[in-house]
Structures are given as C-alpha cells and as structure tokens.
Design a protein. Structure first.
Length: 399
C-alpha cells in the first residue's frame, strides 16, 4: 500500500503532522476524521523520496521484544490502544515504530488486532496472525501470547545455532583461502625463482608447483568469473519456483551441514504445528499456514500435499507420509493422533530436535576443524617438499 504524509489540526487548533499507510488519500482523511482530527493536507509520498517504509526489515528479535511487551500489557489489563502507544514509543527500530503506530490507529478505527496486524505479513507471519485471531475469538489472548513468546525464543536460539554452523566453515575457508592466495601470488614466485637459479634438476613435485603458480598468476581472473557466474546462476534460480526447489534440496542434502539444516526445519515444523493446534486452529488450516511459513521449498511442497491429503479424509500420519520425516517424528505423531495429545507430542519432537541441532552443530564444528586443518596441512606439506627438495639437493652437492 502507498504511504501518505498528512497535516491535520485537533479540536484545540494544534497542528499535527504524520504518516499513514492507506489505499487512498480519502481513506487517510476518513481515518483522521474518525479519531477527531481535521485534515488540512494529505499527500502521497513520491517513489523517489526517502521513506522509512521502504527497504526496511523487522528482525525476529524485534518481533520477540514486541510480543513480550504486548503480553505484559495485555496481562496487566491495560487497553490495547494505550499499550501499543507505549510499545511504539519504546521501540528502537524506526520502521517497526511506525508500523506499531499505524496498527494502533487501525484499531482505533474499528479493526480487530489480528486484522490490523494482517496488513504487515512480512512482519507477522501466518502462524502469528492465526494464533492472535484464535486468541481474540476464544478470549485467551494472553495465553496465546505466552505461547508465542516461548515459540519465538526457541526459534531465535535455533536460528543462532544454525548461523553458527554455517558461519564457522565459511570463516575458516576464507581464512585459509586468503593464506593460500598470499603464498601463491607473493611468496612462492620469489622462492621458486630462487630454486630455478640453483641449476638443479627440477623434480616432479617442484615442476608441478611451478606450473600451478604460473597458471594461477596468468589466469587469476578465471576463478573470479566462475564465482560470478555461480552467484548469478543462484540469483536467477531463486526467482523461479523449480530453481528455488533444487537450491533448497541442495541445502538439506549437502554433507554434514545439510543434516543440521534439515533438523532445524523439522524442529520449526513441529513447533509451528504444535503452536497452531494449541491455539485452536483446525488441522487443515494449520497445514495451510505452515505451507506459507516454512521457508524450504522441498518441505513446503510436502506440507501442501499433506494438506490436500487431509482434505481428502486421510489421517495425519497418512497425510505426512510424503514428507522427509524421520521414523521418530512419524511414531510420535502417530501416538499423539491415537491418544488425542498431538500438540504435546509435537512439542516433545520440537524440543528434541532443537537440542539435537545444538548437539549436531557442536559435532560438525568439531569434525570440520580437523578436516580443514588436515587438508591445509597436506597442501602445505606438498609445497614444502616441492620447494625444499631442490634446495636440499644443491646443498648436498656443495658438501
């Protein structure tokens, strides 16, 4: 929706300036009038101008902070509009601050909380909106907010573990790559030039190292072109549905790290489904929301297929047969479905995999560290052998 700036006056004649997101200038005027303000000037922001609503994001941590503050206010009995005003005043994220004030104004104009939040789907995911809507309808909003806090805290911890698992090997690879580039382009040419002046017979390893160094210095741009083409191919693939599918498939199939990514997705799947069912969302609707929330295309395709199976009358266990779930998850879901305690069993699954991701991350780092050092050590040993062999031969002849 477009963004509008407005100038209005209150009943006392005081000028008030602000910004609103609305479908039209008439809607802005109507909303201002309904809250007791007299519109003087309403203008749509130009696309070329600076806008706090453009290119800004709200992190999961900001959403968690908002939910905690909103729960505290709702639990203490403070009216929602007043509570949102206080939360907005304290919010450090300038974009989220404007969003909160816009939500407050929408509620003042008669929208429900879930309706006001639904105007910002990139901030409030479907599972969040579904839980809030159910909480409003059932009168258990504070309980739902408490569940959302627990859920978001676990998701934040899970994302941190996943980030750690990805960051470490990338950091080590770049560090070792930087050292290798420094040796190939700075150190080795000078050393090999000295070796070539010894008038010694060049051994196989030394000749191979010389050829590699000369080729690397001559065609240094080829790896850069390869990296550019790879990045370009990934960006193009992400714009197409099948391309995203295969990229997501690679993410969960890559050795070591793929297992961690899959476990994190399964933990999120179980936690999301447990939250929605506990909030009172019916099973087909819960799977529909999950399909719109889960970021991995492979898992999303399986969830949407499961939703269609549920519509056709299949049991939950039968419906999810196409998902890449472990026997452990399947057995827990079967038990939960048979005993009528599906939310509890899903919560156990989520807790198990959240802890398993933490364990797997530590194991991956423990495994990757010596592997990379061994690879680097073998390369360094090969370089030393290739360089020192002719030097040693020359010294031996002098003796």
């Amino acid at each position: 929706m477009p963004e509008y700036t407005y100038l209005a006056v209150d009943q006392g004649g005081k000028e008030i300036k602000g910004e609103l997101v609305a479908y039209s200038a008439q809607e802005v005027q109507k909303r201002l009038t309904e809250i007791g303000l007299i519109p003087v000037d309403v203008r749509r922001k130009t696309k070329g101008g600076f806008s706090l609503f453009k290119g800004k994001k709200v992190k999961r941590r900001d959403l968690l902070t908002f939910t905690i503050q909103f729960f505290t206010i709702a639990d203490s009995g403070v009216p929602i509009v007043r509570g949102l005003e206080e939360i907005g005043a304290q919010m450090k994220n300038p974009y989220f601050k404007k969003v909160i004030f816009d939500i407050k104004q929408r509620i003042e104009l008669g929208e429900s909380l879930s309706q006001a939040l639904s105007h910002y789907p990139k901030i409030f995911p479907n599972y969040y909106l579904g839980a809030i809507k159910t909480g409003e309808e059932s009168g258990k909003l504070t309980e739902i907010l408490r569940d959302l806090i627990v859920f978001l805290e676990k998701q934040e911890a899970l994302a941190a573990e996943l980030k750690q698992a990805m960051t470490y090997p990338i950091f080590v690879t770049f560090a070792l790559g930087g050292v290798a580039i420094f040796y190939v382009f700075i150190i080795l040419p000078k050393v090999l030039e000295l070796v070539s002046q010894l008038n010694q017979k060049i051994s196989g390893p030394t000749r191979l190292l010389m050829d590699f160094t000369n080729t690397a210095r001559q065609y240094w741009y080829l790896p850069l072109i390869g990296i550019f083409l790879l990045v370009f191919a990934v960006l193009v693939a992400r714009k197409h549905e099948r391309g995203r599918y295969y990229l997501d498939l690679i993410k969960i199939k890559i050795p070591i790290l793929g297992n961690i990514v899959l476990k994190a997705i399964l933990a999120r799947f179980a936690a999301n489904l447990a939250l929605l069912l506990r909030s009172g969302v019916e099973i087909v609707g819960a799977f529909q929301m999950l399909g719109q929330t889960i970021g991995n295309s492979v898992i999303r395709e399986g969830i949407l297929l499961a939703m269609e199976n549920l519509k056709g009358g299949a049991s939950i266990t039968e419906a999810i047969a196409g998902l890449p779930l472990t026997p452990f998850i399947l057995s827990m879901i079967t038990i939960g479905e048979e005993t009528g305690r599906l939310e509890e069993e899903l919560s156990k699954v989520a807790n198990y995999y959240e802890k398993d991701v933490e364990r797997a991350t530590k194991q991956a780092i423990t495994l990757l560290e010596p592997m990379m050092l061994i690879i680097f050590g073998i390369g360094a040993a090969g370089v030393f052998i290739a360089v020192l062999t002719p030097i040693y031969d020359a010294i031996s002849k002098l003796q």
